[in-house]
Structure formats: C-alpha cells, structure tokens
Design a protein around this ligand. Structure first.
Ligand SMILES: [Cu+2]
Length: 345
C-alpha cells in the first residue's frame, strides 16, 4: 500500500518552499547585481533626457509595467503556495483515504509512569506497542492523571496526553523495526523512565501477533481438580455485543473439548465476555462468570456437583441454591432468579 505519510507531506512542503525561496532569491540577487553593474558610476556625467527639472512632475516610463508585473507574479506565487499548503495540511489532519474498517486504531492512556495501549479489537498492552509496517495507525491519546505527551521520535509522532481530552493523530511506520515511545512532558519523578517499546512488524507477522493475543483456553474441573469431560455446554457472549456488527456470541459443546479443555482462536474481538457453563445432564450446577479477554487468556472453571435432592424435587432447586449461597437478603438478583424459577415451574 502506497501511503503518503505526514512525514512525506512535511518534507514536500519543505522542499517546495526551499526550491521557490532559492529561485526567488537567485532572481532578485541576480537582477540587483545586473542593475548595479549596468548603472555603475562611469565617472562621466551623462546627458539624461529623463532627468526631471525642478518644479516639473516626472512623467511615467516603463517602470509602472515592471512594478505591476512583479507584484502580480509575487501574488500568484504566494496565493498558490497558501492554497497548496492548506490542502496538504488538511490531508495531514484527515489522513489518507483508506477503508476505515481496515485501519488500525488504538487508544493510548498515559499514567504516572507508563503507557496503556487499548486496541480497537480488544487487545490491551502496557508499555508495549505492536504495529504493522506501512499501514496508517490512528491513535487517540489521553491521560488518567497528570499531563503527559506521547511521542515516538524515530517515527516523528507526538500527541498531548491530557486527562479528559483526546488528541488524535496518525502515522505510518514504513519499515519493520524497534523504536521507543517516550513522555515529552515533565510529569514527575518517573518521567525519564516513562518509555514504551514500539515494535513494527511486517503485516503478516502482525496478524500472527494479533491471533496469538486473541487466544482463549478454557478448562473445566470438578471440585477434586479432575477434568470434566462431558455433560456440559459453554457459551460466551461479549458484554457489549450490541455495539458490534457481527454477533459475538459463541457456544461450545463438550465434544469440542479435549480432555476438558478447549483452545479457541476463532474469536477476533477481545474484551469482556460473559461465560455461562450449563450442565446438560444436571450433574453440575450452572456457572455464570465473566472473563476479561485482552490478551492470551487461560481460564479454569470449577464445576460444583449439584445437590442430589434436585433430581427428586425440582421446585425446591432454586430455593436450595440461594440458601446455600446465603445471599437471599443481599442480592435481589438471586431473589428474582428464584422467583422466575418458581413461576416457570
Ligand atoms: Cu512525563
């Protein structure tokens, strides 16, 4: 992908101004020298017909045309430079035309003394920024405490990190490599160590890194730490499922597990997920939990054997559960659950 980076834009602007400045300078100095030579003092007094006499207004010569021409040329050059530069700066603000869905976006949060990176796909890292080469990276920078400034000198990136404010910018790292992000606003005793590693990977390797981060392993055990191998179903649902275009709910049956464990790498959106483990043969109590899926995650859930009475008298099932947990009075959730259970049956 050919992307004109901000660095390219500013280099272009610099080169155009340098070139035009040099050209104008050469013309002005050459013309001055030419006139200085042409009208040099020859030591003789010429008869100058144009010389006005006292009390007579000088009549116009060709000077007016020359003046008009030089003003006109200057105006054309200056106005077109202003328009062109303004257009280039708009491009710097708006970024390249690329498919917004493909763009890499992340929020960067400064804190005393370090940086958190929140990727659009739910990955979170601390002091470790991993990005693909040759792709526009959009960052939104803010702070959780005091004023910082996020900057990567090598890549010519800088953005304010201020609590309650978001500073947007974008950049392109053209080559794979290692860089350092630093804080550029004196923020306290740890300021000079407020560094983050910036790793620029070839795009394919970056994809691999993302897949690696979004790998979830779920293991089910009983109370004796023995693997539970069948009689259950595990459902995952992103807590903000409504906010995504695709449906982020997943269900895994026991036969997809291997010895009570499953490694899931099909989920491409990290973040908080609700986990529901339901017993298909009522051997275990259902488990409702949540996981924070922001990097490689390995979770083990313990299934508790359900009470023997449940099989005999289902009406009492929910009542028994709440009694066991001793949360009757504190939690309205539990009461609602037990009410619902009663009504259903
Ligand atoms: Cu600082």
């Amino acid at each position: 992908m050919e992307v004109q980076t901000r660095v390219d834009v500013f280099e272009d602007i610099f080169l155009v101004f340098l070139g035009l400045g040099t050209l104008v300078g050469v013309v002005v100095i050459a013309y001055t020298l030419y006139n200085a030579y042409k009208y040099r003092d020859s030591g003789e007094v010429d008869d100058d017909e144009d010389l006005p006499t006292l009390g007579e207004l000088p009549t116009g010569g060709k000077g007016g045309k020359k003046l008009f021409l030089s003003f006109g040329l200057s105006a054309i050059i200056v106005i077109s430079l202003v328009i062109w530069t303004y257009g280039m700066l708009l491009y710097v603000e708006d970024g390249p035309d690329n498919n917004p869905e493909d763009a890499i976006e992340m929020e960067i949060e400064g804190w005393a003394f370090g940086w958190d990176f929140y990727y659009d796909n739910g990955i979170e890292t601390t002091n470790d920024m991993v990005i693909p080469a040759d792709e526009p990276i959009w960052i939104e920078v803010t702070s959780t405490d005091v004023w910082h400034t996020f900057g990567i000198s090598d890549l010519r990136v800088k953005a304010d990190s201020i609590p309650g404010e978001y500073d947007d910018t974008w950049f392109v790292a053209e080559e794979p490599g290692e860089h350092v992000a630093e804080c550029f606003e004196l923020c306290g005793v740890g300021h000079s160590d407020m560094d983050a590693d910036v790793t620029v990977l070839p795009p394919e390797e970056y994809e691999e890194w993302v897949d690696e981060q979004l790998t979830l392993t779920i293991t089910l055990e009983d109370e004796n730490e023995e693997r539970v191998t069948d009689g259950f179903e595990v459902a995952l649902e992103h807590q903000e499922n409504d906010e995504f275009d695709e449906d982020l709910s997943f269900t895994y049956a026991d036969d997809e597990f291997e010895n009570g464990s499953i490694t899931i790498d099909e989920i491409e959106q990290g973040g908080p997920y609700d986990v529901t483990i339901s017993s298909t043969d009522d051997e275990f109590d259902d488990v409702e939990d949540s996981i924070d899926f922001t990097g490689p995650t390995d979770e083990t859930f313990t299934l508790e054997l359900s009470d023997g009475e449940d099989d005999n008298d289902e009406d009492e099932e929910t009542d028994d559960d709440t009694d066991d947990e001793e949360t009757d009075d504190e939690s309205t959730d539990d009461e609602e659950q037990s009410d619902d259970g009663g009504d259903d049956e």
